[in-house]
Design a protein around this ligand. Structure first.
Ligand code: GLA
Length: 431
């Protein structure tokens, strides 16, 4: 008894308590209100789009009825502007009574009844970025408990209106407070985004111990410029960022804006492909009630999702930047497979890019290729030249299975991995 008490006490006493909540072993997937619906609180004039329980119930209905949930899109996340301007008489956060008349717990139950999860938003600071009540250091425990009492499953902790010292205390404290509630709550930290996103100001080892995911960089907007800017920042800084992520701890380049107004279908495929290479959380911020079939089929692409959700959880990297404006990205996957993305920064016409797997550092052997967005399959030897035609601002994305024939000692292992890849991955793809 004493011994176990001691163990328990010591589990809590470390200064960097590991976030041992067992959650998000693969990047979380779902829907998040912010980019598409912002702080629209005008339910009088815009009842369908305002931040209210109806919006989240509508999205939950779509997720559970239109095939999203089965693909892994299970989180329905509230962002800013949900709360009342005042805390209640016990000092607890409370939702705006007009827009969330049923309360947050009822909304959480609505999600759980449909096999979904509810996320909510708070801010380490005096106010949220939208000016609603924030969580100062003295409010961390009560807010964590309130969220747990409501049966919420994920918490995004923004960082407006606090300084570096407060953040350094507040983000780890919130992690402890959430853990102490005993409810598994996925923890999304905006901390690094407020500190420039890079070492030495940001300590990614510590973040991996206290948060499940973290925003590293600027907010996404509904434009290709914004997506490209995010892609460039993450891959220009891949040496610092790529090793930070893994099962239970993810870099978050922000929401998917596929299905909104700013991206062409090619650009939408680029976002889906590169978010999958990065092992990024896949939170759509769009209107699932009116989404086009083109956008839907990109977001519901099982091979891209399979790559994003790979069990090994190792993010990929940019491996080539060609003068032609073609860039090549590579992500290692379980079962000795990998993913390749050929991305074009060009703005003229489809570019015919020639390479070979050998040139891209693949070992000797014959590989099976699946084109992620066309579903076409082919066999390809490492030494054979291939040509991919990459549209302007678009991608060609490949799933590359383990080599059927590898060298010498690797022969056995290679074949086994290939068999596993064929048995496990490919049937999933063509379900
Ligand atoms: C910040 C965050 C966004 C969003 C808004 C809400 O800008 O980075 O993701 O949560 O605040 O006000």
């Amino acid at each position: 008894m004493h011994f176990s008490l001691l163990l328990f006490a010591c589990a809590l006493c470390g200064s960097t308590l590991a976030l041992n909540n067992g959650l998000m072993r693969t990047p979380p997937m779902g829907w998040l209100a912010w980019e598409r619906f912002r702080c629209d609180i005008d339910c009088q004039n815009d009842p369908k789009n305002c931040i209210s329980e109806n919006l989240f119930m509508d999205m939950a209905d779509r997720l559970s009825e239109d095939g999203w949930r089965e693909l892994g899109y299970v989180y329905v996340n509230i962002d800013d502007c949900w709360s009342s301007m005042e805390r209640d008489e016990n000092g607890r956060l409370q939702p705006d009574p007009k827009r969330f008349p049923g309360g947050i717990r009822k909304l959480a139950r609505y999600m759980h009844d449909r096999g979904l999860k509810l996320g909510i938003y708070g801010d380490m600071g005096t106010h949220t970025c939208g000016g609603y009540p924030g969580t100062t250091l003295d409010k961390i425990e009560i807010d964590a408990q309130t969220i747990a009492d409501w049966e919420v499953d994920m918490f995004k902790f923004d960082g407006c209106y606090s300084n570096a010292t407060e953040q350094e205390q507040g983000y780890p404290l919130m992690s402890k407070a959430l853990n102490a509630t005993g409810r598994p709550i996925g923890y999304s930290c905006s901390w690094p985004a407020y500190r420039g996103g890079l070492p030495p100001k940001v300590n990614y080892t510590q973040l991996g111990e206290i948060c499940n995911l973290w925003r590293n960089y600027d907010d996404i907007q509904d434009s290709w410029d914004s997506v490209l800017n995010i892609i460039d920042w993450f891959f220009d800084n891949q040496d610092a960022l790529q090793p930070a992520a893994g099962p239970g701890r993810w870099n978050d380049p922000d929401m998917l804006i596929i299905g909104d107004f700013g991206l062409s279908l090619d650009q939408s495929r680029s976002q889906m492909a590169l978010w999958s290479i990065m092992a990024a959380p896949l939170f759509m911020s769009n209107d699932l009630r009116t989404i086009s079939s083109g956008a839907r089929s990109i977001l519901q692409n099982k091979i891209a999702i399979g790559i994003n959700q790979d069990a090994m959880g190792m993010p990929g990297r940019r491996i080539l930047k060609e003068k032609s404006g073609i860039e090549v990205f590579w992500r290692p996957l379980s079962n000795n497979a990998s993913a390749l993305v050929f991305f074009s920064r060009r703005t003229d016409m489809p570019y015919r890019y020639t390479s070979s797997l050998r040139q891209l550092n693949f070992t000797t052997g014959s590989y099976k290729i699946i084109d992620v967005f066309t579903g076409k399959m082919a066999s390809l030897k490492d030494s054979t030249d291939f040509v991919v035609s990459v549209n302007p601002t678009g991608v060609v994305m490949w799933y590359v299975s383990a080599p059927a024939r590898t060298n010498l000692n690797h022969l056995r292992r290679g074949q086994e991995a290939h068999r596993v890849a064929e048995e496990n991955f490919i049937p999933y793809v063509f379900l």
